[in-house]
Design a protein around this ligand. Sequence first.
Ligand SMILES: Nc1ncnc2c1ncn2[C@@H]1O[C@H](COP(=O)(O)OP(=O)(O)OP(=O)(O)O)[C@@H](O)[C@H]1O
Length: 378
Amino acid sequence: MGAEVVVEGLTKSFGRQTIWRDVSLTLPPGEVSAMLGPSGTGKSVFLKSMIGLLKPDAGRCEINGVDIVTCSERKLYEIRKLFGVLFQDGALFGSMNLYDNAAFPLREHTRKSESEVRRIVLEKLDMVGLTGAEKKLPGEISGGMRKRAGLARALVLDPEIILVDEPDSGLDPVRTSYISQLLMDLNAQVDATILIVTHNINLARTVPDNIGMLFRRELVMFGPREVLLTSDEPAVKQFLNGSRIGPIGMSEEKDEATMAAEQAHIDAGHHDGGTDDVRGVVPQVEPTPGLPERQAVRRRKDRVMQILHTLPPSAREGIIDSLTPEERDRYGIQSGVHATLGNRRPSPRPRNQEWQPAEGTLDTEVANLPRSDWRGGP
Ligand SMILES: Nc1ncnc2c1ncn2[C@@H]1O[C@H](COP(=O)(O)OP(=O)(O)OP(=O)(O)O)[C@@H](O)[C@H]1O
């Protein structure tokens, strides 16, 4: 199972420019999480901070009990071996074929024999669907194939944590769906903790178990996918819908006057730039038939059911509605309980924190969470 990553109060500035402050979140082990946010909000800076390529000014980022913000260079070097990173363009060496690119970390960081290197490289190239392309140079293949090759290289050291920076960049919507499927397949096969940085709403809605969003130099929210996908937060709604109407502006957040002028424009019948309202929980991508089940699914359900009472009502509805009859039974959810859970409004959300307990009795009314024979079960 992948490693847990615990981030607490992380703050990063460049000179006088604060990129984000006081970011706290936990990447649950083996689950897939995504970080959204308008351009320039520091998503890539966040990824780089997590592997110690950039040093935050304050806060902690703890992996396997080691705080990589304050640890020694030697410890950091060790911890980095737990990571596999897919950079936006695959970051392949242009003069090496795909085989040698994928073999590079093994030859650099291990003493494995060439026959062992060969076995691992061919296995990982196969996992990403590049069998037969070993001799191709990066310049001879499509952007999608380069990303796959980058993923194969990220996998050769059997990472516990995989960071993926904009897997959709430069790809058409169909290839983006294929890369989404690939990420879920890899998660099923290796059970690594995955963090994806993306702008792609389709990917964000269908792939991750957890979603966060950076905006205005803060983490607006982070938690189970159902929370962000049903959120009423204006910046989140605007971002999901790709609309001009809302607090996100051309390069920075907007002032009141600009928002009012834009609203007047829309009221006069002009299009807001978005398409349909895409708020709501849609089914997640599942691993390709024949692959193992994602072990994270059951762990996540168990985890999310334990914090159900802390989530806003619309997220609870989405979670409960997604349970199978067997799961309802296992979690002790009374039959007939579904959308009626949404009558109460969410209590005000403390900024930059995961959802806090809301008042009310929902949890004890509808669920005995989780039942002891379910937790940690087979
Ligand atoms: N090494 C650096 N030195 C100074 N400023 C930097 C450095 N790296 C990033 N920045 C600044 O940090 C801010 C956030 O950049 P980052 O690339 O993380 O944004 P992003 O959210 O990933 O954007 P995009 O979605 O467009 O990729 C930008 O203003 C950028 O100029």
